[in-house]
Design a protein around this ligand. Structure first.
Ligand code: ADP
Ligand code: MG
Length: 469
């Protein structure tokens, strides 16, 4: 393609070598990608882009850390170079959010300009708008050669549209497998010099989700799987193109649970039926000698003190005949369990009476599971209404409840006396019990409710997407 800007013909030549590819990405779009792999079995983002552009395999999977992998930016850069090289490209985001990020990355790349020394002279270099038939659009850009790049959200409608040679699916985990299949069915080679190539990029966080299925197929069909994590993108003078500032890693690590960190950032395979808490977290949580607390045994650890802040929490018996009531003092760090009882087969009025008494004795803030029977109980509470938090369990609020607690445990903020009821339960509880089809243990529910108040502002949560919710 030639341009007659300023009457000077400019010829564009698509990259022929890996070096030219990376050089053009940087020169035209200001995009640089880490060159080196730092972990065993990982691939550098630059090598992954090279492999995709030169279509070393027709289908390749990329798995990289959430946010820190730079997958969306890698796919955007790859798509742009492919567009100006004459390929029809579809960049499909697994969600509207991913597409939005891809649009942002592409917009930024098209706005790139820099000064370069060419033949000893300083020249302004901008993104190659002169190759385009129209100004870049968010979802749709056409070149003078007639090929297009479409950046859209993966959907069944999208899957019925174009016939690209290059298909880039971003956050495949968030797509239905059927849609990915339909999109893959649309790829088409019209010119043997332009081989088809598909990238399925994602984090992998659901044990029974789309990525698990795609990885299974990769194993069966021999599709390469390329992985990288934040160690590849972390700023490092020895790794040209690395961009991630280390502060981001430290702050993210305390915001997410250990389980999320392991799967979404360290790329361990998700194990959703697995134990919720790591052994180290459990060891840190239970201090002191073991306490044998039988059913119906009231454990009194500390009397109320003036100026102490207390929360009384309850999970009312339902299918299981167990109500659990706890008082936690939270003006101290870490918060302390000061009273505890597991009421087996107590009539509700008896449990409510105890809850009211403890609440008054400690001038406590009261929180309880106010769903179902709790809604009725709420009207029998003898505690000033301003001090009561009736916690309604919805799928989302239930996830928040347990995610806040899990995060706090992982961060070492929770310490309880080594009650036998608690040590065993925390050891045995699975992610499925709290976030899946299982039943959350009443004891953990009560403590998690207490934590909603006792954890205060330190507790950060974000809604994760456990299966089935
Ligand atoms: N190659 C890069 N160079 C500089 N910054 C980058 C690069 N890739 C990603 N980033 C930065 O990291 C952020 C997250 O990248 P993104 O591609 O959205 O990650 P992912 O898709 O893996 O979640 C981007 O918004 C951008 O600020
Ligand atoms: Mg992304």
């Amino acid at each position: 393609v030639t341009s007659n800007d300023d009457n000077l013909p400019v010829v564009y030549r698509a990259p022929q070598t890996p070096h030219e590819l990376l050089a053009q990405l940087e020169l035209y779009f200001g995009l640089r990608y880490p060159r080196k792999a730092c972990c065993p079995d990982h691939t550098s983002p630059a090598d992954a882009i090279i492999e995709a552009y030169f279509a070393k395999s027709p289908i390749i999977i990329w798995i990289a850390s959430r946010g820190f992998g730079g997958k969306t930016w890698a796919l955007a850069g790859l798509s742009l170079i492919e567009l100006i090289s004459g390929f029809d490209v579809v960049l499909a985001g697994g969600s509207g959010e991913q597409s939005r990020r891809a649009h942002e990355a592409a917009e930024k790349a098209w706005g790139h300009s820099a000064e370069e020394t060419v033949d000893g002279k300083l020249e302004a270099v901008t993104a190659p708008h002169w190759l385009l038939a129209n100004e870049p659009r968010r979802t749709w850009t056409r070149t003078l050669m007639g090929n297009t790049m479409q950046a859209l959200t993966a959907s069944s409608r999208a899957a019925r549209g174009p016939h690209p040679q290059r298909l880039r699916i971003d956050e495949a985990e968030e797509c239905d497998v059927e849609i990915i299949d339909a999109l893959m069915g649309q790829t088409m080679v019209t010119d043997p010099r332009r081989p088809a190539q598909t990238i399925l990029a994602s984090t992998h966080h659901h044990e029974a989700g789309t990525m698990t299925e795609l990885l299974k197929r990769a194993a069966e069909k021999g599709w390469p799987v390329r992985r990288w994590c934040y160690k590849e993108t972390l700023c490092n003078p020895k790794n040209p193109g690395s961009w991630l500032l280390p502060e981001n890693i430290a702050s993210k690590r305390i915001q997410v649970t250990g389980r999320m960190w392991r799967t979404e950032y360290d790329l361990e395979a998700p194990d959703e039926g697995g134990m919720l808490f790591a052994r180290e977290a459990l060891e840190a949580m239970f201090s002191g000698a073991p306490v044998d607390d039988g059913l119906n045994q009231v454990c009194l650890f500390e009397d109320p003190v003036d100026g102490g802040d207390y929360v009384v929490a309850a999970d009312w018996a339902r299918k299981v005949d167990l109500s659990v009531v706890a008082v936690v003092r939270y003006d101290v760090t870490p918060p302390r369990l000061v009273r505890w009882v597991r009421c087996f087969r107590w009539p509700w009025p008896k449990v409510v009476k105890l809850y009211n008494e403890w609440g008054k004795e400690y001038h406590a803030h009261a929180i309880h599971d106010a769903t179902g029977i709790g809604d009725v109980i709420n009207t029998y509470l003898d505690i000033p209404i301003s001090q009561v938090t009736p916690y309604i369990m919805t799928p989302a609020s239930k996830v928040k409840l347990y995610l806040d607690y899990e995060t706090a445990v992982d961060n070492g903020e929770v310490e309880w006396p080594a009650l036998n009821s608690l040590t065993e339960l925390h050891r045995a509880v699975t992610t499925d019990d709290l976030y899946g089809s299982g039943h959350p243990p009443d004891e953990i529910c009560t403590l998690a409710l207490a934590w909603q108040i006792a954890g205060g502002k330190r507790t950060i949560s974000r809604l994760h997407r456990p299966r089935g919710l």
